[in-house]
Ligand binder design. Structure first.
Ligand code: FMN
Length: 324
C-alpha cells in the first residue's frame, strides 16, 4: 500500500466513529426541552456548513448558533485572535449577518436537518435585544440564549451581564415577548456570579448558561503593543475549564432548581462529566470545535458511554434533574 492510500485508510479509521449511526442511550431535558444527549455546541464556535461536512449535526443535544443582532455587524478589525497557553484570546466582536439572514438561511437549514436549535441573541442596547427577540419569537428556534456576557463589544454585552439591575430591566422587557424558553448566558468576569444569576432568574430566565470568555490579552514583545486590535479579548479553551466548573458549582449551590448549561474548556467526555457532577443539566463544547470540528459529537459519544456506568446520574438527567 502506498503512503497516500495508507494515510486515507487512517483518516477513514479516525473519522468513522462520528459517521457511524449511534443509538443515544442518555438524554437530558433543559427548561422543558428534550435534548437527545447532554452535549451541544457553544455559540460562535459552530457553523452549519462547515461542521455539517463532518457529521450529522442533528445528532447533537442542541446546536447553539452564533449571536445575531438586528442588523448585520462587521465585528472588530483584525488582528482578532491570539493564542495563549491552553487556550485562545478572541475579540471577534460579534460579527454576524443579522437576524433576517439568520431566519432565512441558518435556522431553516438546521431545523430541516432535524437539529434542536438554541438561537443566541446579541445587542448593543436593550432595543437591539428586543428587536431580535421579536423576530425570533414565533420562529422555529427551540430556545433563545440572551448573550449578556460578551467582553468584546463596547456597548451592551458584558456591561449588562455584570449589573444585576440592568440585567433585570432587560429580562423584564424580553420575557413577555415570547413563550420560548429563555437562557441567560453569564460572564465569569464578576465578583459574585450568584448575584447576577439570581437577578436573571427573578426577572424571568428559564435557564442559565455559563461561562462566556474571561477578559485577557497578549502583547507582541517586538513592538510592545497588544496583539489584538481591540487590545483585550476573551479567553476560552482548556485554560478556563476550572473557572467554568466553579461557576456552575456556585450557581447550582445558590439556585438548586434552575436548569444550567455548563460551558468552558470542554474537550472530552470526562470534562463534560465533571460539569454534570457540578450540577449542570447539559454542557456545550466551544473552542475545541475550532481545531477539531468533530469535537462536539465526539464528546457526546464519550459522555454517552461514561453515563452507562453512572445510572443514578443518567436517570436524574433524563428527568430534567441534576446530580446536586
Ligand atoms: C471565536 C469565538 C466566538 C464566540 N462567539 C460567541 C457569541 O457569538 N455569543 C456567545 O454567547 N458566546 C460566544 N463565544 C463564547 C463561547 O460560546 C464560550 O462561551 C466560550 O468560548 C467558553 O467555552 P470554550 O472554552 O469551550 O470555548 C465565542 C467564543 C469564541 C472562541
Amino acid at each position: 500500500m502506498d503512503e497516500r492510500a495508507k494515510e486515507n485508510e487512517t483518516m477513514n479509521e479516525t473519522t468513522s466513529s462520528v459517521y457511524e449511526p449511534h443509538e443515544w442511550k442518555h438524554g437530558t431535558v433543559v427548561a422543558g426541552i428534550p435534548w437527545r444527549n447532554p452535549v451541544g455546541t457553544a455559540s460562535g464556535t459552530f457553523q452549519v456548513d462547515a461542521c455539517g461536512q463532518f457529521y450529522d449535526v442533528s445528532q447533537l443535544g442542541a446546536v447553539t448558533t452564533k449571536g445575531v443582532s438586528p442588523v448585520p455587524w462587521l465585528g472588530n478589525p483584525g488582528v482578532r485572535t491570539a493564542e495563549c497557553p491552553a487556550g485562545t484570546v478572541n475579540a471577534v466582536g460579534l460579527q454576524n449577518p443579522g437576524v433576517d439572514h439568520y431566519l432565512e438561511y441558518d435556522l431553516p437549514k438546521l431545523k430541516n436537518m432535524g437539529a434542536t436549535v438554541v438561537s443566541n441573541v446579541a445587542g448593543h442596547c436593550d432595543d437591539d435585544y428586543a428587536q431580535v427577540v421579536a423576530k425570533l419569537a414565533d420562529s422555529d428556534a427551540d430556545m433563545l440564549e440572551i448573550n449578556v456576557s460578551c467582553p468584546n463589544v463596547t456597548h451592551g454585552g458584558m456591561s449588562v451581564g455584570t449589573d444585576p439591575m440592568a440585567l433585570s430591566r432587560l429580562m423584564e422587557r424580553l420575557r413577555p415577548m415570547t413563550d420560548k424558553p429563555m437562557i441567560v448566558k453569564l460572564t465569569p468576569n464578576v465578583t459574585d456570579i450568584t448575584a447576577i444569576a439570581k437577578a436573571a432568574v427573578e426577572s424571568g430566565a428559564d435557564a442559565l448558561s455559563m461561562i462566556n470568555t474571561l477578559v485577557g490579552m497578549r502583547i507582541n514583545i517586538k513592538t510592545g503593543e497588544p496583539i489584538i486590535a481591540n487590545r483585550t479579548g476573551g479567553v476560552s479553551g482548556p485554560a478556563v475549564f476550572p473557572v467554568g466548573l466553579a461557576c456552575v458549582w456556585r450557581v447550582r449551590t445558590a439556585l438548586p432548581d434552575v436548569p444550567i448549561i455548563g460551558i468552558g474548556g470542554i474537550d472530552s467526555g470526562e470534562k463534560a462529566l465533571e460539569y454534570l457532577y457540578a450540577g449542570a443539566n447539559a454542557v456545550e463544547v466551544g473552542g475545541a470545535a475550532l481545531y477539531d470540528p468533530t469535537a462536539p459529537i465526539r464528546v457526546a459519544r464519550e459522555l454517552d458511554d461514561l453515563l452507562d456506568s453512572r445510572p443514578q446520574l443518567a436517570h436524574k438527567l433524563v428527568k430534567g434533574d441534576t446530580w446536586r
